[in-house]
Design a protein around this ligand. Structure first.
Ligand code: NAD
Ligand code: UDP
Length: 320
């Protein structure tokens, strides 16, 4: 029997690749999305596949379907987008988690939460281990996302303790790759799009803040491995690439790989922007037998290729 798998946020950057991977494996995939930051274009090549179904739905409202597994990815992930309607962001994380956990309880489905390194806030422990409780501002402009995701983790563990639900919590660190939206607003898509169009590269602050960038395919592989772990593996487990770069280093690599004539300019650092971030992935290595295989230059080359196509198509459309 094929597994019936629900992916919320399935038309987004990570969700659309997860849909592809699970279809390739032979599963039935129900992709649910309200298209806030995702787009039908990300999954249009899957429409018509006999095991694929696409449904417009907002996870803030209950969903009645029959499934064996749930990957709960619905939530805008880019600061620009999650801060656009912060109340909706918290609702998506919290009401969305309640609705999807309720669905998992009724159908006895396994459920995986796409949590985030943001639960560590602006971390004072470096690299971040799962037992670190974090340093989060509860009332700042990032809180709708950080606290929403923290509350979702709380709900997952309470459903596990109270109702014996089979839960899997992954804390995802910065991930990039093809099928990111060109206007996503996150650093990799911004820098690559700016470089390809020879526009100024916008570093927020002095660029000394660090991030550790994981390639999409590595991350989605970790999600699938996590779902397939024995029931006693609940997480939370960090997943990401532990190679750490300053944002200035990232800008320089993007300029080098695109051969761009863009100049770097500095813009104000947004409030509460974390100064450093790097996952300790010992747990992922031991419990998922997983570690990233694609390093930054290789991943960026593939990502640049993807955005080059978009820029080319946009240019062709504007001359028609
Ligand atoms: P994304 O914005 O491309 O995808 C999120 C998807 O959720 C979009 O398709 C969006 O339309 C959908 N969505 C938003 N609100 C919804 C709602 N109320 N109901 C239904 N669908 C809704 O972002 P992504 O990078 O693919 O992130 C996927 C998940 O992984 C998110 O939960 C995010 O928090 C988590 N995550 C991602 C990263 C990363 O670096 N990519 C890091 C940490 C955590
Ligand atoms: N950033 C930047 N220029 C941009 C976009 C982002 O310098 O055009 C910085 C941002 O201030 C942060 C880092 O890059 O320090 C990563 O930002 P992103 O929005 O990708 O994700 P975050 O890790 O902050 O959630």
């Amino acid at each position: 029997m094929n597994k019936r798998i629900l992916i919320t946020g399935g038309a987004g950057f990570l969700g659309s690749h997860l849909c592809e991977r699970l279809l390739q494996r032979g599963d039935e995939v129900l992709c649910v999305d309200n298209y806030f930051t995702g787009t039908r274009r990300n999954v249009e090549h899957l429409i018509g596949h006999p095991r694929f179904e696409l449904m417009r739905h907002d996870v803030c409202f209950p969903l009645y379907v029959e499934v064996d597994e749930i990957y709960n990815l619905a939530c805008p992930a880019s600061p620009v987008h999650y801060q656009h309607d912060p109340v909706q962001t918290t609702k998506t994380s919290v009401h969305g988690a309640i609705n999807m956990l309720g669905l998992a309880k009724r159908t006895n489905a396994k459920i995986l939460q796409a949590s985030t390194s943001e639960v560590y806030g602006d971390p004072v422990v470096h690299p971040q281990t799962e037992d670190y409780w974090g340093n989060v501002n509860p009332i700042g402009i990032r809180s709708c996302y950080d606290e929403g995701k923290r509350c979702a983790e709380t709900l997952f563990f309470d459903y596990w303790r109270q109702h014996n639900l089979r839960i899997k919590v992954l804390r995802i660190f910065n991930t990039y790759g093809p099928s990111m939206h060109p206007n996503d607003g996150r650093v990799v898509s911004n820098f690559v799009m700016q470089a390809l169009q020879n526009q100024d590269i916008t570093i927020y602050g002095d660029g000394s803040q660090t991030r550790s960038f994981c390639y999409r395919d590595d991350l989605v592989e970790a999600m699938i491995r996590m779902m397939d772990t024995p029931d006693d593996v609940t997480g939370p487990i960090n997943v990401g690439n532990p190679n750490e770069f300053t944002i200035r280093e990232l800008a320089e690599i993007v300029i080098e790989l695109t051969g761009s004539s863009s100049k770097i300019i500095n813009k104000p650092l947004p409030q509460d922007d974390p100064t450093q971030r790097k996952p300790d992935i010992s747990k992922a290595t031991s419990e998922l037998s997983w570690s990233p295989t694609v390093q930054i230059r290789e991943g960026l080359v593939k990502t640049i290729e993807y955005f080059e196509n978009i820029v080319r198509n946009e240019a062709a459309e504007s001359t028609n």
